[in-house]
Design a protein around this ligand. Structure first.
Ligand SMILES: Nc1ncnc2c1ncn2[C@@H]1O[C@H](COP(=O)(O)OP(=O)(O)OP(=O)(O)O)[C@@H](O)[C@H]1O
Ligand SMILES: [Mg+2]
Length: 387
């Protein structure tokens, strides 16, 4: 195929104009140019970041050296040089330095130079974070649906339960002997236990009491509570960014959310290990299709065995637990609270490192956050390199 013929002619009246260099330099997409031997001849700064090397070292090297574990991609590029057909791969697993795999969208376009030689342009867009956030979004939706079911069910359980309890109380007064009252006490006790469980399943239903709050107030409170609860074998560490400004939130509720996550961390350690509390600030983050200028990132990390594989997709659902005595409500409640604050929770987990990240917009109290038109769910406006 003659590539030059495929190009669109410039529209009448519009002068063709080359793209200014600074635009290429500021693209978030990695752009690599390779020659007919698949040797790198140019790249932009996003490309340098992807290859984790400077352009001076990288230019002149075969792409097979720079991206050594991507045989299928290199073969497809060889074919493009022969056929002249561009291609796009969505969700491609790309091996990048050093020993990492990332998920990318990748487009390879052949171009013919003035001297007749063919080159290939590679546009590579990492999408791992987007995938993760889209997953979080769909979890959010499923969660909202199961919540609605639970609310309905809770109502249906609590009404007759109240009647049962009242009747048992009346009966207790009429009973002649203490030994018979033992039975009515069991009914009352079990009715109370069931009501508490149902209340916890429904989650906090009081309106948020929002006031100026400092994230360190919240994190430090939980850190102290946890420190008082744990055995000697567990170390509690913290690393707070003191410059994070106050924001409008319900501190009590946030304490509950962080506590639920921190207790899980302690329980996972089984008497030995470290729990770390960390706070950081992130700029220009999009949560639930709203772009926020400043977002708090509060992290709880442990070096326990990690979240069991079979629970990973469902740990935020109510009643999902990996513990013999767990109710499986801690994370579901934490997620509810964080969502009510316009934030989100993410986690990564492998043996020796489980990290929960709570993101809370600093501008949530003012109804701020710019809606992103047509944005991919949870798309990040600007990558901060915080992974
Ligand atoms: N840091 C962690 N490390 C390993 N597994 C975890 C961690 N956090 C959560 N999990 C897993 O996720 C499950 C769900 O947690 P969640 O807090 O929702 O419920 P639970 O702890 O089982 O019960 P509850 O919190 O209601 O007492 C846990 O049972 C556990 O298997
Ligand atoms: Mg828990």
């Amino acid at each position: 195929m003659d590539i030059a013929k495929e190009q669109m002619p410039p529209k009448a009246g519009i002068m063709p104009k080359s793209l200014p260099q600074h635009i290429l330099e500021n693209l978030n997409t990695a752009v690599l140019l390779v020659d007919g031997n698949l040797t790198l001849s140019a790249l932009n700064p996003a490309g340098e970041m992807l290859l984790e090397t400077g352009s001076r070292q990288a230019i002149g090297q075969p792409l097979a050296h720079l991206l050594p574990r991507n045989q299928a991609l290199l073969e497809a590029m060889h074919q493009t040089l022969v056929s002249g057909h561009p291609f796009t791969e969505h969700g491609l697993r790309l091996g990048v330095p050093v020993n990492r795999w990332i998920t990318v969208d990748c487009t390879v376009t052949p171009v013919t130079r003035a001297d007749g030689f063919c080159e290939l342009i590679l546009e590579i867009n990492p999408i791992d974070r987007l995938l993760r956030l889209a997953r979080e979004e769909s979890r959010h939706d499923q969660h909202a649906a199961s919540r609605a079911v639970i609310r309905g069910l809770a109502h249906e359980i609590k009404n007759p339960l109240g009647g049962l309890r009242g009747a048992a109380q009346l009966l207790e007064r009429e009973l002649p002997s203490e030994s018979l009252k033992e039975y009515t006490r069991i009914i009352i006790h079990e009715a109370d236990r069931l009501r508490n469980l149902v209340d916890r399943m429904v989650g906090p239903n009081t309106p948020l009491r929002k006031q100026p709050t400092n994230i360190h107030q919240v994190m430090d409170h939980v850190r102290r509570l946890i420190r008082a609860e744990v055995s000697r074998g567990i170390r509690i560490e913290h690393d707070f960014d003191p410059s994070i400004p106050e924001f409008v939130a319900d501190a009590e509720q946030l304490i509950q959310a962080v506590l639920n996550i921190a207790r899980n961390a302690v329980q996972a350690l089984n008497g030995e290990g470290t729990v770390r509390f960390r706070t950081r600030i992130e700029r220009q983050l999009t949560i639930d299709q709203k772009r926020h200028r400043l977002v708090v990132r509060a992290e709880i990390e442990d070096n326990g065995p990690g979240i069991p594989d079979e629970l990973r997709e469902s740990i935020f659902y109510p009643m999902v637990t990996g513990k013999p005595d767990g109710t499986g409500l801690g994370l579901s409640i934490a997620q509810d609270i964080v969502h009510q604050h316009g934030g989100m929770i993410e986690f990564t987990s492998r043996p020796q490192q489980t990290l929960f990240r709570i993101y809370l917009p600093l501008d949530a109290g003012h109804g701020a956050g710019v809606a992103v038109p047509g944005a991919v769910a949870g798309k990040i406006a600007k990558e901060n390199g915080n992974g």
